[in-house]
Design a protein around this ligand. Structure first.
Ligand code: BG6
Length: 294
């Protein structure tokens, strides 16, 4: 159906009331709601739904470059291209029984070949499970016919909605090494307990466990992020000063969001012609009490 500014969107629904919205522009999830119709992802009130601007919030796809680690535009181009529905996807290993899902595809265009001279097929399956969990599976294939390999970095730039950032804790990243984007990507080791927030943060945690928990104490909700094929995890909150510098982000909105991104940043992926890479992120939201002791 029609989204903001006439951009096409698809709504996935589930019998208990869970839902998700996906824009073909960016192949981007912009909404994920639980059975009480509560929004679980952050989408800025100032988000601009107009190409070439990427939509601020939801789950933008960073490909073929994460951040400014390379010569392409920040976070690559997948997040501001028009994807199409993949009506004839090759079989996926994931079981889709009782699940709402959509298959999208992005391929190299002539225009993009000038900035990234490769042929590829990027298939993205977005699945809403019967328990409301949201799964994104990416399969990227090198379809070059000139024998050339290509290399890329990647992230599911997930904006979680939180009640109050200063009451949020992230578990699963403690004691890990990270690259600090605010300190010239220097490498540090996380000290101490679970991660909490009191100022701007922009870090890439390296080789993390496959499960990360985001605890929203105020709302007594825990998000659980599981990932596969994506060794790193980015943690980003712009805080007050950086927020003011972003034209499509409200001055106080940093209090109500946290980006935790399943990513592959430190060691880029290289694919030879004919090779395929797969990376998956699954998120679920549960009342906090359900998580204790796990
Ligand atoms: C994060 C990066 O993933 O995305 C940050 O680590 C960046 O450095 C942020 O500022 C937002 O990027 P953008 O391009 O969407 O404003």
């Amino acid at each position: 159906c029609m989204g903001v500014n006439g951009l096409e969107k698809v709504i996935l629904t589930e019998v208990r009331g869970f839902s998700a919205e996906v824009y073909l522009y960016g192949g981007q999830v912009t909404s994920w709601k639980n059975e009480h119709r509560e929004e679980l992802l952050f989408l800025s009130n100032k988000a601009i739904f107009k190409p070439p601007k990427a939509i601020r919030g939801g789950i933008p796809i960073c490909f073929p470059q994460f951040s400014n680690h390379g010569s392409l535009e920040q976070h690559g181009f997948a997040r501001n291209r028009f994807w199409t529905e993949d009506l004839d996807p090759p079989p996926f290993a994931t079981n889709t029984t009782n699940k709402a899902f959509i298959d999208l595809i992005l391929k190299n265009s002539e225009e993009d070949s000038k900035i990234w001279p490769h042929r590829y097929e990027f298939r993205l399956r977005i699945t809403l499970g019967p328990g409301g969990d949201l799964m994104l599976t990416s399969r990227i294939r090198n379809t070059n016919t000139d024998g050339k390999s290509f290399t890329f970095t990647f992230a599911y730039h997930t904006y979680f909605s939180v009640t109050d950032i200063s009451e949020v804790r992230v578990e699963g990243l403690e004691t890990l090494d990270y690259l600090d984007n605010l300190k010239n990507r220097e490498r540090f080791t996380e000290q101490g307990d679970a991660i909490t927030f009191e100022s701007e943060v922009d870090k890439v945690y390296l080789s993390t466990p496959t499960k990360i928990a985001i605890l929203d104490h105020e709302r007594k909700r825990t998000f659980v992020l599981r990932k596969d094929g994506l060794p790193d995890a980015v943690v980003w909150n712009p805080w007050d000063k950086k927020a003011k510098a972003l034209s499509d982000f409200g001055d106080d909105e940093y209090k109500h969001m946290l980006c935790i991104e399943a990513a592959c940043v430190e060691k880029p992926i290289t694919l030879k012609p004919g090779e395929e890479w797969k990376g998956r992120q699954e998120i679920s939201a549960v009342p906090s009490s359900y998580c204790s002791g796990q």
